[in-house]
Each structure stands twice: as C-alpha cells, then as structure tokens.
Design a protein around this ligand. Structure first.
Ligand code: TXA
Ligand code: MG
Length: 361
C-alpha cells in the first residue's frame, strides 16, 4: 500500500493548483500517447462518455500521478478500461462469481461492450490496490470511442482512468476542457472530438456471495436501467440512497457533492427559483424552454434526453464563466438517461459554490 500512502501525501501536500496553469498539448497522435503511457506517464483520453485521465493500470507509479494531477483522494477507486472483453481475465476473477452470475456478466459484456457500462467484479491480484483503493473488486469497462480502444491496444495494457477533471468539478466532454484544467500535469491530451454520450458510464455491481445478493446500480449513467433490466430480467437494486455520505472504501464514489461548478447551482422549479433569487444575477439551465427575459441555455428544445446529456457538462462549464451569482436549473424527466442527468444536477447543487469543500470523482 506504499502507492496509496504516496498518493495521499501528494494530495494533502496540494502540489497542484487548478485553473491557473498552462494548457497541455492536444493532438490526435495515438502512437505518441501510447509511448507516454508505456513510459509511465499519464494522458488525456477521449471516451464516448467523458474524457479520462489514463495511466497503465499495472503501473503503480503512473496511477499515483493520476491521483496527484486530479487532486483525488486515494480512497476513491478508478475504472479500468479494456480494448475488448477478451482482456477481462487480466483484471477480473470471473471464477470467484457464482456460475449464474458469471453467465450474466458475459451476457452484459456481449450486449453492451463497447459502451457506457462499468461492471464491478472480483479483482485479480495483479491489479494494484491503489487502483481499487484496497477493495477486492475492480470496476471495468470497454469504452466505445475507437481512439480509446486504439490507445489501450497500443499501450499494450488495460488503462486505469478517472474522469479528467479536478476532483469534484464538472467532467470534461472536450479535449480543451482537459488541457485547460489539468494542463499542469498532463503531457498530452488525445483529441477525439466532443463526447457522444456526455455523462459518465453506468456503474453496476455484480452479486457476490456473502456481500450482496442483488445486481446493484452504484451510479446512473450513459446506459439506462431499462436496458440493463431487459437483459438481466430483474429490477435493479439502488445503492445511491444508502451510501450518500459515505467516505469509506466500502462505498466509494457516491459522495454527495460532485460534478459541481464553482458558481452555486440551485435545482428546482424555475419560477420559484427565479423569485427566490431576488436581485441576484442568475443564469438558467432549462430543459426544453428558456424562461423569458433571463440569461439562459436550453439542454434540448425537442426534449431529447440524449441531446440533454450531451450538452449538460458543457453548459454547466459555460454557466460558470459568466460571472453570475447563481446558476438555476430544472430537473428533466426521471426516466432513461434523465436519471443520470438529474443525479448530476442534484450533486452539482449540493456543493454550495466555490468556497465549500466538495467531494467527487
Ligand atoms: O464514463 C466513465 O465511467 C468515465 C470514463 C473516463 O470512463 N470515468 C469515470 O471515472 O467516471 P471516475 O473515476 O470519475 O468515476 C468512477 C467511479 C467512482 O465513483 C468510483 O468510486 C467508482 O467508479 N468505483 C471504481 N471502482 C470501484 C469499485 N471497485 N467498487 C465500487 N465503485 C467503484
Ligand atoms: Mg468523475
């Protein structure tokens, strides 16, 4: 656990300051990016969900850099990214699962990979404790972005990667977001264009004897519960309600304040929020229709949740640059991708603005 200790020291020493450092170089050279990874460095990586900050998962020193650059506490484990499902045995121990569950894992992988689904599975010993924060499970997915899979293949190993934002801030959906915010510690950002999905992957924990009998959603994301339930034939259990404030490795990643702009964000019904705001300068993020006479952006005029998810983080970032006192946002329908959007808005509103200590991945 030396790596974890080193990571914690770097983080508490606060060697990096966000937002005031030079931007990192951006380009499309997969071979160069893979060489940096093989040399033990970190690289900004496009995926279909959000951009990641990647390191070779088996290279503990490189993984420490990920925690350092992001300012992320080492009790929050990373997702391991594979080029294809055939690499699964390098990181996950499927034999530790009951036979029926193993079959379901393979069915999910066949149906949804590559794509925005992360599975939490028993890990093999080769995965460093630093990656999993000492848990005996590993979170794993095959990203759908072709450049991500090309990078993993060229690097010759699975890549551990959290979203490439400073800890607690809005996730990046363009290469420039990464370059601007993490430029101090990232030698190269691979540019794969704007992210197709726009919110992070759905995280699903497999049932394990003695731990949990049910398939459990740890984070709503880019793959809908409806799609998962159709393949699994069960209604999914929900972990978010019970672990909302946890800071222990047993329940990572579900910290209340997360994905937050620096400007305070209020979530609710727009007319009420506007009147409560009084004379404050506000900017509105509306679902389908901007309220008259106010500075506002609309997530999707046609009410398309896919479009809304794609726009969400970029519009939060934009709102954060406008110099207003408050961002006002409304919920979207709580179905399909709407669950992930509402979850991100809820967490963004839990922060209370720049001066509040926040938590998040
Ligand atoms: O779409 C995504 O998932 C993006 C892209 C880059 O792949 N990645 C991402 O990573 O969102 P990150 O680090 O921002 O969020 C990963 C979440 C964290 O909340 C972490 O706690 C959780 O996954 N996690 C990782 N390993 C886990 C494990 N073994 N058990 C439970 N949760 C885990
Ligand atoms: Mg994150």
């Amino acid at each position: 656990m030396d790596g974890i200790r080193a990571g914690l020291e770097c983080i508490s020493g606060s060697r990096y300051r966000h937002g005031v450092t030079p931007a990192a170089p951006i380009g499309t050279d997969v071979v160069h990016a893979a060489q940096l990874l093989r040399d033990g460095d970190v690289v900004g990586m496009p995926t279909e969900t959000v951009y990641g900050l990647a390191a070779v998962a088996f290279d503990e020193r490189a993984v420490v850099k990920v925690f350092e650059v992001k300012g992320r506490p080492s009790f929050d484990p990373l997702i391991v990214h594979l080029a294809d499902a055939a690499q699964l045995a390098q990181v996950a121990d499927l034999d530790a699962l009951e036979a029926g569950v193993r079959g379901q894992v393979l069915a999910l992988a066949a149906r949804f990979w590559p794509g925005p689904l992360t599975l939490v599975l028993p890990k093999v010993a080769a995965v460093p404790d630093l990656v999993t924060s000492g848990l005996d499970t590993v979170a794993v997915r095959v990203p759908a972005h072709p450049m991500a899979r090309a990078l993993i293949e060229a690097a010759g190993a699975p890549l551990a990667a959290p979203s490439a934002n400073p800890f607690g801030y809005v996730s990046p959906t363009r290469a420039e977001h990464v370059a601007q915010q993490l430029g101090h510690g990232v030698p190269y950002v691979l540019d794969g264009g704007p992210c197709d999905v726009g919110v992070e992957s759905t995280i699903l924990a497999a049932p394990r004897a003695g731990v949990s009998a049910a398939w459990t959603v740890l984070r709503d994301g880019g793959l809908t519960r409806e799609a998962l339930e159709a393949v699994l034939g069960v209604v999914l259990a929900d972990a978010t309600a019970v672990v909302g404030r946890a800071e222990s490795p047993a329940a990572p990643g579900q910290l209340e304040s997360h994905y937050a702009p620096r400007t305070p964000l209020r979530l609710g019904r727009l007319p009420a929020l506007v009147s409560e705001a009084g004379g404050a300068r506000v900017h509105v993020i509306a679902f389908r229709e901007a309220p008259a006479g106010l500075s506002a952006d609309v997530l999707s005029p046609s009410g398309d949740l896919g479009e809304a998810a794609r726009q969400l983080f970029a519009l939060m970032r934009r709102a954060d640059t406008l110099g207003v006192d408050l961002i006002l946002a409304e919920r979207v329908p709580d179905e399909g991708l709407g669950r992930a959007i509402n979850d991100r808005l809820q967490r963004a509103s839990a922060g209370g603005g720049a001066d509040t200590l926040r938590h998040g991945s």
